[in-house]
Design a protein. Structure first.
Length: 143
């Protein structure tokens, strides 16, 4: 149950950030810079939202920081994100599923695809236990 809560919260935070930034990109940046540069301008903010949410959500829902729960968190959130993205494309932009998939072949779509991959794996990357470097004994200490 915690995995589902983590996936839903992770999705909600990142999708919310994208939903807030989307109008800025579409209505202000795209007409001035073009689609690819607009997506490049938005990408660091989305990356930041992904990293912060991926670190915070497991703590918030007390999700075990192990490979399976973190993977399921990312995969579940990505599934929710893709469902929401397709629904928004169909109902808000009037695009078919085929048209939406064709977007991935364009430079802006490739940037977006890279962000989706990061969204998927970031719970693991941000929470995987780090090895602590072994303590070194001073060179003069022979004990």
């Amino acid at each position: 149950m915690r995995v589902i809560a983590a996936a839903a919260l992770y999705f909600a935070i990142v999708f919310g950030a994208g939903f807030a930034l989307g109008p800025i990109r579409v209505f202000w940046l795209v007409p001035r810079l073009g689609e690819t540069l607009a997506v490049l301008c938005e990408a660091p903010f989305m990356f930041l939202a992904i990293v912060l949410a991926a670190k915070w959500v497991p703590k918030k829902v007390s999700l075990r920081k192990a490979l399976v729960p973190l993977t399921l968190m990312g995969a579940g959130a990505l599934l929710l994100q893709q469902l929401a993205d397709f629904a928004a494309g169909i109902f808000l932009r009037g695009m078919t599923a085929t048209q939406q998939l064709a977007q991935f072949a364009r430079p802006a779509g490739l940037i977006y695809a890279a962000l989706l991959i990061l969204f998927l794996v970031m719970p693991i990357l941000a929470n995987w236990p780090r090895r602590q470097p072994a303590e070194r004994k001073p060179s003069g200490d022979r004990s």
